[in-house]
Design a protein around this ligand. Structure first.
Ligand code: G3H
Length: 540
């Protein structure tokens, strides 16, 4: 496919199918603070779609709207609102019964589902995720909320009893931590933001949410749902430049939990800004450079299928993507031949087209960066081995498979987060094993092989270097009930339906020496439902 063919993939104005068209520009003036949808009158930030517009054989940027660019002062009002709603733990939300909080969350879920079509359309336009994947992202998020509610009911049932040990009566529950700052990534702008926001809210924390840079307009239809479903100030949604609005919020020292999914560099800056790091809890999902290791004797077709999915689904823009493939020399030729055959079937195009696998990239300077990585590898002896690999037109970048890659090349070390696939041949298993051990990241690894003895010998030490070892399967986050985390520079804290509830809360207890007076006080409180904490109420 030539460059002009890549250009021809972009749509002409007015040629978008009705079920995917977006009525733009969307000039968003609203933001949500303290239970009020406010109108911003200051500067705005332009939102540019990766779906560019074609006209007379050339392509241009498609501006699909704008969002408020708040000042630090305006962002501070959100901090005040979240702080007032928490009210040092005395607020309505943190002291509310779990059952009532669940009702608010169920109300929000109903409202969220009503905006399904709009949100999916915006995911396609803002980050060029295929319709299929955008739909999955939305539905997976709803399922995650439902599963979180069920998990909280379970947790609450387990806590609805008193323990008596060594003459002390106690009730243990999980309590909120305070004010949570939630920031998700652009590749899962809804799902991964909600993966922290939902557990943070439902455990009784109050939140400030800043949508990611790309995937921001999709929060506009949700502002009303947030406002209606939750008490004032429990959820505040702010927009703008991170350095302007987030840095001062962190520097205020009033954030209790930083829930951030993005790069480790930004996570470090944010954490360092907090004047009392010991009081700040981090729930962080950061970088990864997950390796796929294809052993001698691996089942080639299965390995190819998983490696292709792992390296190129959503153009490789997943933190869990396989970002480097080590293939044993004895099978590297056949592996490459089959990989390239499978890659040739991946159709590039626009997110709404049926069967599309490669779509435009939302980060504007990403094609330049990927091009640099390819040129660096080629200058150091690798070849782009797929026809047309690395060709680009605007935001479209045709996947480039690089072979043979070695450690002198940047792509061997850097997290490319895009459609560049480095393949490293190896003789000695120590080579890929050392790679995993020396990496500054420690999220996951995929091992492809058929010999149970070799796999077993690899699994035992690998589980102490990464947080998930996948056998003959690509790396991935799901199912969402499985723990998702990482070691080293990849993560802090664990997410999953149940783990996230723990991450955003702390075990707290009320205890009393057992005697007639204390027995009678506790009985009185419980019997007359005087407390939401000291209670044996059971949520069914
Ligand atoms: O970007 C990182 C995501 O958590 C990956 O999730 O494996 O479900 O695509 P996924």
């Amino acid at each position: 496919m030539s460059q002009s063919e890549l250009v021809s993939l972009f749509p002409e104005a007015g040629s978008i199918p009705a079920d995917s068209a977006l009525d733009f520009p969307i000039q968003q003036t609203e933001y949500l603070v303290g239970g009020t949808i406010r109108t911003w009158k200051g500067p705005f930030q332009e939102i540019v779609s990766p779906v560019q517009t074609r006209s007379n054989g050339s392509i241009s940027r498609t501006v699909i709207g704008s969002v408020p660019e708040l000042t630090a002062e305006a962002a501070f009002v959100a901090l005040e609102a979240a702080s007032a709603a928490y009210d040092r733990g005395r607020g309505q939300w943190p002291t509310m019964s779990v059952g009532e909080r669940i009702r608010h969350m169920e109300d929000f879920t109903r409202r969220l589902k009503e905006r399904r079509d709009e949100v999916i359309r915006l995911i396609m336009w803002e980050i060029a995720k295929t319709r299929n994947d955008a739909t999955k992202e939305f539905d997976r998020t709803v399922d995650y909320i439902v599963a979180t509610i069920e998990a909280l009911k379970d947790l609450d049932r387990d806590s609805s009893r008193f323990m008596i040990q060594e003459g002390i009566i106690g009730q243990v529950r999980r309590s909120p931590l305070g004010i949570v700052l939630c920031m998700g990534p652009y590749n899962y702008p809804l799902n991964e933001t909600f993966a922290t926001l939902i557990p943070a809210l439902i455990m009784g924390n109050t939140c400030i949410l800043k949508p990611p840079k790309y995937g921001v307009l999709l929060y506009k239809p949700l502002l009303e749902a947030f406002k209606e479903a939750f008490p004032s100030g429990v959820i505040n949604v702010i927009y703008g430049d991170g350095q302007t609005i987030i840095t001062p919020i962190m520097e205020s020292g009033r954030i209790d939990v930083l829930a951030f999914i993005g790069s480790s560099e930004v996570a470090d800056i944010l954490k360092k800004g907090h004047p009392h790091p010991h009081r700040l809890k981090g729930v962080l999902g950061m970088g990864a450079k997950n390796a796929g290791i294809v052993l001698a004797g691996a089942e080639i077709d299965q390995a190819v299928k998983e490696c292709l999915l792992g390296s190129l689904s959503y153009n490789g823009q997943r933190c869990t993507a396989l970002k480097i493939l080590f293939v044993h020399k004895s099978i590297v030729d056949i592996f490459i031949e089959r990989y390239l055959e499978a890659l040739a079937e991946l159709k590039p195009g626009m997110p709404w087209e049926d069967g599309v696998g490669i779509t435009p990239l939302p980060v504007e300077d990403m094609p330049d960066y990927l091009d640099e990585l390819v040129k660096d590898a080629v200058a150091k002896g690798a070849k782009v081995i797929n026809p047309g690999g690395g060709e680009r037109a605007g935001s479209m970048f045709r996947p480039a498979v690089l072979y043979p890659v070695n450690e002198s090349m940047r792509v061997y070390h850097e997290e490319q987060f895009g459609p560049v696939v480095p393949i490293v041949p190896f003789d000695d298993l120590d080579h890929p094993v050392r790679y995993v051990y020396d990496s500054r990241f420690g999220q996951q690894v995929s091992l492809f092989g058929t010999d149970a003895n070799v796999l077993a010998v690899l699994v035992d030490p690998m589980v102490n270097q990464v947080s998930r070892v996948n056998i003959n399967s690509q790396c991935q986050r799901g199912p969402d009930t499985f723990p998702f985390t990482g070691r080293k520079g990849s993560a802090e804290g664990t997410l999953s339906v149940t783990d996230a509830l723990r991450s955003f809360s702390i075990r707290t207890l009320v205890a009393a020496k057992k005697n007639d007076l204390n027995d009678s006080i506790i009985t009185d409180i419980v019997h007359d439902h005087k407390s939401n904490f000291l209670s044996t109420d059971f949520i069914l």
